[in-house]
Design a binder for this molecule. Structure first.
Ligand code: AMP
Ligand code: MG
Length: 403
């Protein structure tokens, strides 16, 4: 049986990055950059005041109070016309360029006034000194021209969109989202709209898996429910192929039940590459391809389906987006004894912050059918293959579920 790492390697090895598309920056939140972004100019582009006040020469502050002649008024967005000389000040607003000659800005609050008046005074008396260079934001203090501000593979956040705008980029080159076709197999499945009937349950994987696709930066094609017959599975696979997906994912029907037909249809229409991975939950993972499109048959239990999706499909999406394929883990302290059977295990845990530590506690039942164990969980705790027990107080790795 393959290890989790072997299975991941097998799946990601043949994948190529998706091509890129140039989109308006208003549309790239959550999308993944396809190329580095370089600062076309300094930020801020010119030295400017960080306060409403007076631009002065620091040497004039040797004895306080001092009265200076106001030579001009510099609102934000305007260009200073005059050079400040000894004994002079220019009234200046936040964000306005520092005039020639001035080396320091004194806030208006230090001149005996709480705020600037609409008309410019002819003189100003400074009543409190500031240190040399105060309240001036130097050109390039934030970002230097030529600097790489965002790297390819970066999932864009609000602040990133701000830096793009600030540097004059109205569009960004982002990876096309990998398209992932999702289908749920099972005679027992109903949609959420359908009334419950004896022996039936509602499809959950058909909703959790597309949500995970979206979380990880892909585009889900939801193909709905398929009955446990070869004809139905065949037909849905063909339907999936028509949409040219980067990956086809099904859930259920890959175990050893009498009606587990997914594997049989895969062998008939494409190739079965392997079946079963040494992990818990989620052993009966089915991997292959249909007409050169990679295929993954996930186990049907809702927790197994989600966990195996995270473990195997996330790195595939990440590779196609030019991102790291490593599991995004962090260290915490086990809050209690956590056991496994020696298979690589993904336990559902709550994270509790106690006395400066983050401690992990199981979310109760670890049944792979119990979706509530994932709803309550803050993270998956990873028990490596070969480890049967993590002691209370030991360091353990978790994959946070901030999704
Ligand atoms: P199977 O892999 O077909 O044996 O399914 C394993 C378990 O998962 C069974 O209890 C199924 O009823 C359940 N199951 C399968 N597909 C889904 C689904 N889409 N949503 C919720 N539960 C499912
Ligand atoms: Mg089934």
């Amino acid at each position: 049986m393959r290890t989790v790492q072997e299975a991941i390697q097998h799946l990601i090895a043949p994948l190529q990055q998706t091509s890129s598309e140039n989109l308006p920056i208003q549309e790239v939140l959550g999308r993944v950059l396809a190329e580095d972004v370089i600062a076309t100019h300094d930020l801020p582009p010119f030295a400017n005041s960080s306060m409403d006040g007076y631009a002065i020469i620091h040497a004039d502050l040797v004895s306080i109070p001092v009265t200076l002649t106001v030579i001009e008024d510099i609102p934000a967005g305007h260009h200073p016309m005059r050079t400040v000389q000894r004994g002079q000040a220019a009234r200046i607003m936040t964000g306005a360029p520092i005039p020639h000659g001035a080396d320091t800005v004194v806030p208006v609050e230090y001149t005996g006034n709480e705020r600037h008046t609409p008309d410019v005074p002819t003189t100003v008396t400074i009543q409190r000194a500031v240190s040399y260079g105060s309240n001036i934001r130097a050109a390039g203090e934030d970002v230097k021209q030529g600097e790489v501000v965002l790297r390819a593979g970066r999932r864009l956040r609000a602040a990133d969109i701000g830096i793009l705008a600030g540097l004059g980029y109205s569009t960004a080159n982002v990876h096309k989202r990998p398209v992932i076709a999702i289908l749920s197999t099972g005679d027992e499945l109903l949609t959420p709209e359908q009334p419950l009937q004896l022996g039936k349950i509602r499809d959950m994987n058909g909703y959790t898996l597309p949500a995970l696709v979206q979380t990880f930066g892909g585009k889900a094609l939801s193909l709905g429910i398929v009955r446990d017959t070869k004809e139905d599975v065949r037909q849905k696979f063909s339907e999936a192929l028509e949409q040219n997906p980067d990956l086809i994912v099904s859930s259920a029907g890959v175990s050893v039940g009498a009606f587990d037909v997914v594997k049989a249809v895969l062998e008939e229409m494409g190739q079965l590459e392997f079946w079963k991975v040494n992990m818990r939950p989620g052993k009966p993972l089915t991997v292959g391809q249909i007409e050169r499109v990679p295929f993954i048959g996930l186990p049907g239990n809702p927790v197994s389906a989600m966990v195996t999706f995270m473990v195997f499909v996330r790195p595939m999406i990440a590779k196609m987006l030019g991102q790291s394929t490593d599991m995004p883990t962090q260290n915490v302290i086990a809050g209690e004894i956590i056991e496994s059977d020696g298979r690589m295990t993904f336990a559902r845990v709550r994270l509790v912050h106690e006395n400066g530590q983050t401690r992990a506690y199981l979310t109760g039942t670890q049944s792979s059918g119990a979706i509530s164990s994932l709803v309550k969980a803050d993270a998956l705790l990873i028990i490596p293959a070969g480890t049967k027990r993590i002691e209370e107080g030991e360091i353990a790795q978790v994959w946070p579920l901030d999704i």
